[in-house]
Design a protein around this ligand. Structure first.
Ligand SMILES: NC(=O)c1ccc[n+]([C@@H]2O[C@H](COP(=O)([O-])OP(=O)(O)OC[C@H]3O[C@@H](n4cnc5c(N)ncnc54)[C@H](OP(=O)(O)O)[C@@H]3O)[C@@H](O)[C@H]2O)c1
Length: 233
């Protein structure tokens, strides 16, 4: 896809991978609508921020209408990025954290896909990128609740890819390993460090997937730091 003048919706653009991708898409000439709770600390004539809690259908639906009002009906890219994780033993995980993770990581993604697809199918063109995690590929102790949400993202993405490919809509699921962002704020045992993936590099990978020719479809992208703990001494 040529990115110049295309319209993209990104969930969560205040920081981390969403921010890095928004900035790179803006550089490429895209019109970017960011749906999130915190306004971004950057600005651009082609950036529209819409305050929206993606856990709430009643906020997501009007947010898509606002994007249409500003950028027109056509929608080419949806990056389902917003997400969060809490970690710990399953029996110690508060119900509120379980629901917050599922509402954000899974329901928010479902809502955005549901709202983006009619237009993408109508125009026979579009690319949805869903951010899962390597936690969607293997179970891990103390990560059961977060893993469950990301396995759901994997299932949604792989099924949706088969539902919409004949409409020329691509669905890519991204499985990043540890990335140096604010994500680890709820994980006191892990401090972000230089050997993690950088959000800008994850964003570059997203841009590359978007820029591939129309008949080239990246279904799954597993990306990991080469030396996650640094060189062995
Ligand atoms: N960092 C990692 O190691 C890693 C690895 C694999 C996968 N991931 C996934 O990558 C994605 C991005 O994470 P990140 O590392 O960039 O984390 P981050 O720096 O914490 O950013 C998360 C983003 O999600 C948004 N968000 C959270 N809850 C929201 C809600 N209810 N409504 C709207 N936006 C919401 C936040 O926006 P607001 O500030 O507006 O709330 C923020 O911009 C997540 O899906 C995460 O699970 C991260």
């Amino acid at each position: 896809m040529q990115l110049q003048n295309k319209t993209a919706i990104i969930t969560g653009i205040s920081k981390g991978i969403g921010k890095a991708t928004a900035l790179q898409l803006l550089d490429k000439g895209c019109k970017v609508a960011g749906l999130g709770m915190t306004a971004p600390d950057y600005n651009h004539p082609n950036l529209l921020f819409i305050k929206c809690d993606i856990r709430k259908w009643e906020e997501v639906e009007p947010a898509f209408e606002k994007v249409k009002a500003r950028f027109g009906d056509e929608l080419h890219i949806l990056l389902n990025n917003a997400g969060l994780g809490y970690f710990g033993l399953l029996e110690d995980t508060p119900l509120e954290q379980w629901h917050e993770m599922f509402d954000t990581n899974v329901s928010g993604m479902f809502y955005c896909c549901k709202l983006a697809l009619p237009q993408m199918k109508k125009q026979q063109y579009g690319h949805i990128i869903n951010i899962a995690s390597t936690a969607a590929l293997e179970g891990m102790p103390q990560v059961s609740a977060y893993c469950a949400t990301k396995w759901a993202v994997k299932g949604l993405s792989e099924s949706l890819f088969r539902e919409v490919r004949d409409f020329r809509v691509k669905v890519t699921c991204l499985y990043p390993g540890s990335t140096k962002t604010d994500f680890f704020r709820n994980s006191p045992g892990i401090k972000p460090h230089e050997y993690m993936l950088m959000p800008e590099d994850v964003a570059l990978n997203i841009i590359q997937a978007l820029e591939m020719p129309d008949n080239f479809h990246t279904v799954n992208l597993e990306i990991r730091p080469l030396l996650p703990k640094g060189p062995k001494s």
